[in-house]
Design a protein around this ligand. Structure first.
Ligand code: BJ8
Length: 425
């Protein structure tokens, strides 16, 4: 890794704590990713992105800021990135999948709170995240109670703009959400000093859709048997999609897909044909949370899809590209985002339908519903997921975990038992 210490220092990072983080990442990445056999060559780019996750990409954000641009940090796939882009900004994901700054976070948060929330607070208070420190504006949302209240506290340390996400999807909720997206656009225009025009918004919609299309292409190719790429690699790409430069990322995913098409034609895969195929559903798995996927794929199964926000929920729906005015395009954006099946909505029937239809389409043998500890929306909704899958005779394994490694052996035992049960069906 190139030496970026001066940049980290200028961002105000706590270098000693940051060093600890940077020391651990390559080790865990090496053991999870670099030991895979028969990996596509196109993964080299994504390995490079991880090796430079606090380096080159941060330098790019600094260059963008030096040229007068703004960086917008976000925590949820409900924040419409097309609008940030159309206003000349760069949006980056701030959720993290690692335990860090826990002692600092627990000074302002209860101990028993979702690890994702504790982690982003720990990253901010521990001054170890250059994405946080590069963000001119941080956008929160009122999805779950934990996040909603944590944003009030986070606002003591960095200005947080909060979008009100409705909890239902009736006509009046759609109207509320549309007005929130319109307000967001006005706020971005004021903040960046750039007017969002029909042209800039059309281009932003197209580029963001291109990114989604490349991910959809990848997700179609991985469904082949044998799978030409591991689920772990797909998850990594989905995690990187929240940070990377959009056109470059899209081009790299498409180049990888070209390679995968050749693999598919030649019947070349990363696992043997006919093995167990699973869908992973539940709470997002932010970088570098690879614990459960790693256990699944080192136990002999392949993950063929993620019904998650670090997965299909992020890219399955496109924004229609036929809007002519800014108003029409904003309406199309609001409608597209309100289609995301977050468990914060009630009822969330479309998520149940989606898990069943995905299992059929992906020819999956079962579902692993993996929820972060203390995440009430997804933990409670696990009951609805189980009920629906039982009605359709789809095998399910429910897991509740956090960012620690202590439960890895226990999770492995449960996954192996689940795979054995699938083999005996
Ligand atoms: S659209 S899933 S990205 S809110 S895990 S913080 S829900 S207590 S992350 Fe999410 Fe947007 Fe929904 Fe997706 Fe709360 Fe649960 Fe924690 Fe969560």
């Amino acid at each position: 890794m190139a030496d970026h210490r001066k940049m980290w220092q200028s961002l105000g990072l706590d270098l000693a704590s940051h060093d600890q983080l940077m020391d651990v990442l390559p080790i865990s990445y090496g053991s999870v990713y670099m030991n895979q056999e028969n990996r596509p060559e196109g993964m080299e780019y994504f390995d490079f992105v991880v090796s430079e996750v606090h380096g080159q990409r941060i330098q790019e954000l600094q260059d963008h800021k030096a040229a007068g641009g703004k960086v917008v940090g976000a925590f949820c796939v409900y924040v419409p990135e097309e609008i940030v882009r159309a206003a000349g900004g760069i949006q980056v994901g701030l959720c993290s999948g690692v335990e860090i700054g826990t002692a600092q976070a627990e000074k302002v948060l209860p101990r028993n709170i979702c690890p994702l929330i504790k982690s982003f607070m720990g990253f901010k208070l521990g001054k170890v995240c250059p994405y946080f420190e590069s963000s001119d504006m941080v956008v929160g949302e009122t999805t779950c109670d934990g996040k909603k209240k944590a944003f009030e506290i986070l606002n003591d340390y960095v200005p947080v703009y909060v979008m009100e996400t409705p909890q239902m999807k009736r006509e009046k909720d759609k109207a509320l959400w549309l007005s929130e997206v319109q307000d967001f656009l006005a706020t971005l225009e004021e903040y960046t000093g750039n007017k969002v025009t029909a042209e800039s918004l059309r281009q932003a919609i197209k580029e963001t859709n291109d990114k989604r299309r490349s991910l959809l292409r990848l997700n179609k190719l991985r469904l082949q048997d044998p799978a030409p790429i591991s689920g772990k690699d797909c998850l990594l790409i989905e995690q990187i999609s929240m940070y990377d430069d959009v056109p470059r990322f899209t081009a790299q995913v498409n180049a990888l897909c070209d390679e995968l098409e050749v693999r598919v034609k030649g019947g070349r895969g990363v696992a043997e044909a006919g093995g167990p195929r699973l869908i992973l559903s539940g709470t997002p798995m932010a970088l570098p949370n690879w614990k459960v996927p790693h256990v699944i794929e080192t136990s002999g199964a392949v993950i063929v899809g993620e019904e998650m926000c670090t997965g299909l929920r992020y890219f399955e729906n496109l924004v229609p590209e036929d809007g002519e005015t800014v108003e029409q395009m904003v309406e199309a954006i609001a409608a597209r985002y309100l289609d995301i099946n977050c468990a914060c909505f009630t009822p969330n029937e479309s998520r149940m339908e989606k898990i069943v239809s995905l299992t059929r389409e992906m020819k999956a043998h079962g579902v692993i519903n993996c929820t972060l500890a203390f995440c009430d929306p997804y933990l409670v909704e696990a009951n609805r997921v189980a009920k629906r899958l039982k009605e359709h005779n789809i095998p399910l394994l429910d897991l509740e975990t956090d960012y620690g490694q202590e439960d890895t052996a226990q999770i492995k035992t449960r996954i192996e038992a689940f795979l054995e049960m699938l083999a005996n069906r």
